[in-house]
Design a protein around this ligand. Structure first.
Ligand SMILES: [Fe+2]
Ligand SMILES: [Fe+2]
Length: 527
């Protein structure tokens, strides 16, 4: 592959010309609202990841019964003052064949081996729902932290997962009976997978932002575009170093088998590009017996700086008084007591501090999440992370039909929009509407040059397809761009403290996929 799909030569030249002009004239884009014209998908183009990315399924690795699957990466903490950072490698082993197996992660840089981490006790969850065909028992899920790696991504790291075990212990309970009692045996291994650590504080930063992904051909097309943008080559000087999904991922909808299939499909991207996630309504998925919510979401993912381990918190007495509406699979309107684990968290990534919130936890003034958010905003060091991005699933502003005036959005807007304005949040990233929208800087419904820009990026490609329509034929005055005819993702490039470039990258086209392009000034640093 010689060129990135988002940076063909003429387009790249235009980017840099735009960057140069934007630096000379530091102001916000002033274009008026535009409705992007429909553009049909070209179904023959890039319908999936490049075939070579699936190499782990080739021999000899396929012969192992405990082959590590559903591998994904996450940043574990912030880059420290000594430029060290930890990363989390997550993966699964088969429930039946791998009981007692002991995985180890080897890692290093370039051709050097640097360390070994033995996996601790795996997580495993049981789940019952109307679609689980009885009790679903998940695979063994591991989250292994690779400690104190050198941040900055200057040199590529690699990791390799090796699974050893005593066959009498590990396999006896499975389908096969091995007679090598007492002997250690290699039960599974992966090839080395490359990855890069996060950028240093103050260094140029490039992120992929997407929502409502799903596991359709459109989803894989979106992810293939993102994968190509993660590759450093002659045409891509600033590859994407991380992916943020603003909720609604597998669309499992309480069918627990759809989570493994989602993670399998996306593994070629997720195993080398750190992935962080926000809770969408399709992640609510409560257990029909215990009523515990966000069960697969809590177990499969390990976001940075988690609040606490709490996947087995007891259900509180007033739980059923919350916004429940009789359904807890994927209700559009929902609010409950979800103040632990992957619900909300924050971390630094290069020039940006990212705060991920939960639309489906209590957001009102005085709530656990509100108080946590206020503390986070008060403690942001804008010299260290001059850009501030907040992400959650259910948007506060929408130009689309389908999710208008939903309860959790109304509650969050009332309580938290004043905080976003007060602390000069730059970008607010949501999904939920299966479409694309960018607003002008916006405060309390009015265009305000010093206020946050709201992005809706829910056109990742899921099976529910696009939003049903626009609320008004003509875009509202605060809409800068919108479309409900494309799938794609958001590409955010931040070269410095004062300017950032955002592109909406459309799927299904063989050349320039950019449908919306804007340079943004950092309003925290007023001239
Ligand atoms: Fe969705
Ligand atoms: Fe949603």
């Amino acid at each position: 592959m010689k060129r990135s799909s988002i940076t063909p030569t003429p387009v790249r030249a235009m980017f840099y010309l735009a960057a140069f002009l934007a630096l000379l004239i530091p102001k916000l884009s002033s274009e008026t609202g535009q409705q992007l014209a429909p553009y049909p998908l070209e179904n023959s183009e890039h319908s999936a990841f490049p075939a070579h990315l699936y190499y782990t399924r080739q021999e000899p690795y396929r012969s192992y019964e405990c082959f590590p699957k559903r591998i994904h990466l996450a940043q574990a903490n912030n880059v420290q003052d000594d430029h060290r950072v930890s990363m989390t490698v997550s993966f699964s082993l088969d429930y039946e064949n791998c009981r007692g197996a002991q995985p180890t992660v080897f890692y290093g840089r370039s051709f050097r081996y640097e360390g070994t981490v033995k996996a601790q006790e795996p997580k495993q969850f049981n789940y019952t729902s109307g679609k689980s065909d009885g009790l679903f028992q998940s695979d063994w899920i591991f989250h292994v932290e690779l400690p104190r790696l050198k941040a900055g991504g200057f040199e590529q790291y690699w990791y390799r997962i090796v699974v050893d075990g005593n066959p009498s212990k590990a396999v006896l309970t499975g389908r096969r009976l091995h007679a090598l009692r007492g002997m250690q045996k290699r039960l599974g291994e992966t090839k080395p997978h490359p990855f890069r650590t996060p950028p240093l504080p103050g260094a140029p930063t490039t992120l992929a932002l997407v929502g409502d992904l799903g596991q359709t051909e459109n989803s894989t097309r979106t992810m293939a575009h993102i994968w190509r943008a993660t590759q450093k080559n002659d045409f891509n000087d600033h590859p994407i170093s991380q992916l943020l999904i603003a909720g609604d991922m597998a669309y499992a909808d309480s069918d627990p088998w759809r989570w493994p299939s989602f993670l399998d499909v996306m593994e070629p991207l997720f195993r080398s590009t750190p992935l962080h996630v926000a809770a969408g309504n399709h992640e609510i998925e409560c257990d029909s017996i215990t009523r515990e919510i966000f069960v697969p979401y809590e177990n499969y993912f390990r976001n940075p700086n988690r609040i606490q381990e709490a996947d087995k918190l007891p259900v509180s007495d007033d739980y059923r008084k919350t916004l429940w509406r009789g359904s807890c699979s994927a209700p559009s309107e929902f609010q409950s007591h979800y103040d632990y684990g992957n619900a909300f968290y924050s971390y630094d990534h290069g020039l940006v501090k990212i705060i991920v919130l939960s639309s489906y936890s209590n957001t009102t003034a005085g709530s656990v999440q509100y108080q946590w958010l206020e503390g986070e905003l008060q403690s942001v060091d804008r010299k260290r992370t001059p850009w501030l991005l907040v992400s959650f699933h259910s948007p506060l502003y929408t130009t689309f039909l389908g999710h208008v005036n939903e309860a959790q959005s109304i509650a969050m807007k009332k309580a938290m929009e004043p905080l976003f304005v007060q602390y000069s949040v730059n970008l607010v990233v949501s999904g939920h509407d299966h479409a694309y929208m960018r607003t002008h800087p916006l405060a309390y419904g009015q265009v305000d040059p010093s206020a946050p820009i709201y992005l809706t990026l829910g056109a990742g490609g899921n099976r529910e397809q696009h939003s049903e329509g626009y609320r008004h034929e003509n875009p509202e005055e605060w809409v800068a761009a919108r479309t409900l005819n494309d799938y794609g993702y958001g590409h955010l490039y931040i070269p410095n403290a004062t300017h950032a470039m955002f592109n909406w990258v459309r799927d299904g086209v063989s050349k320039d996929g950019i449908r919306d392009h804007v340079w943004i000034s950092n309003t925290h640093f007023k001239p």
